[in-house]
Design a protein around this ligand. Structure first.
Ligand code: NAP
Length: 310
């Protein structure tokens, strides 16, 4: 197989940046990376991470996932418009009580997380069909499998992404196009910082006292502990066992969870079709078992450290 062109969205930071740099530095030089971002003024960190690969195996281009025109302009600028692998990574988060979130903010989030994907696939799919080859890799989330308290809208956007890809995958298969949903658990990136910052500034006057208390005093501290205990680095998500493995696999999976420590939580969903088991477990974890929650995180943290040492 010759060099494959990979177009990645949202490369100004986090997972997109790490995947772009990792693929560009591939020892076997299997990829030409088109690392895109909506604001080229933010290219500094990617340029530094790319090092010697900059303008050799990695080029940086502008692409706003919320604009069809920007997507088309970027794709038209590529030789033969050829994209062998799309890594649809651009995404935004949102946490908080639903009563305090505006419909226009929700629409904005869907415009990036779901319609951004739809726009990119619409632009690239016809070419991939004609060539009878291609791979669409989508940065979903474990929250595309299992919803989470105070992540109602974000989780809904990732469920939309999952339904979209699962439906399209069958048709894509007929044209020899592969589809993969990468499903990270918590990853320590700008994403985490931004959602906590937004949550701090959030006007919570629209919610009742008890809900505000649960959000501030239960959810936020638990969420921070989960990130500290189970959080992966973006480099881990990009590394050999994760995104790179998916991209180079001969038969890529439709779904790939990157965080083994989070898997027991997503497995609950498949263990009970009535949905009671995950519901009861998340309820108990949140409201009843503070000590159990902290103890389990302690054990997981230990396992995490041990597995990193191996
Ligand atoms: N961090 C986690 O815990 C986690 C877990 C599971 C899944 N994910 C998913 O992983 C993906 C990457 O997130 P991350 O953690 O790496 O967060 P991040 O560091 O905040 O990166 C998000 C990237 O998306 C870009 N972006 C946002 N809106 C865009 C638009 N309209 N057009 C183009 N780019 C846009 C951002 O650009 P700007 O710098 O211009 O804003 C940034 O480059 C997201 O889809 C997220 O949902 C993250």
């Amino acid at each position: 197989m010759g060099t494959r062109r990979v177009l990645i969205t949202g490369c100004s930071s986090g997972i997109g940046l790490a995947v772009a740099a990792r693929l560009a530095k591939d020892e076997l030089r299997r990829f030409k990376v088109v690392a895109t971002m909506r604001d080229l003024n933010k290219r500094g960190p990617l340029e530094r991470a790319a090092g010697d690969s900059l303008n050799k195996t990695l080029e940086i281009k502008e692409l706003d996932a919320c604009s069809e025109e920007s997507i088309r302009e970027c794709v038209n600028s590529l030789p033969d418009r050829r994209v062998d692998i799309l890594v649809n990574n651009a995404g935004v988060g949102m946490i908080g009580p639903l009563e305090c979130q505006s419909i226009s903010d929700m629409k904005e989030l869907f415009d990036t997380n779901f319609f951004g994907l739809a726009r990119l696939v619409k632009e690239l799919l016809p070419d991939m069909k004609r060539r009878q080859s291609g791979h669409i890799v989508v940065m979903s989330s474990v929250m595309g499998i299992q919803g989470l308290l105070f992540n109602d809208v974000y989780s809904a956007s990732k469920f939309a992404v999952e339904g979209f890809c699962e439906s399209l995958a069958v048709q894509a298969m007929k044209f020899n196009i592969k589809m993969t949903l990468v499903e990270p658990g918590p990853v320590v990136t700008e994403f985490e910082r931004k959602v906590y910052e937004d949550a701090d500034k959030m006007d919570l006057s629209g919610a009742d006292e008890e809900t505000v208390k649960i959000f501030r005093e239960v959810y936020i501290p638990y969420s921070k502990k989960i990130f500290a205990s189970l959080g992966q680095t973006p480099e881990e998500v990009a590394e050999a066992s994760e995104t790179l493995q998916v991209i180079t696999a001969k038969e890529p999976p439709l779904r790939h969870q990157t965080n083994r420590l989070y898997m027991p939580l997503t497995a609950l969903k498949h263990a009970d079709p009535t949905g009671r088991l995950p519901l009861d477990t998340f309820y108990k974890m949140t409201f009843n078992h503070d000590r159990l929650f902290n103890a389990s995180l302690g054990v997981l943290r230990l396992l995490q450290r041990k597995s990193k040492k191996l």
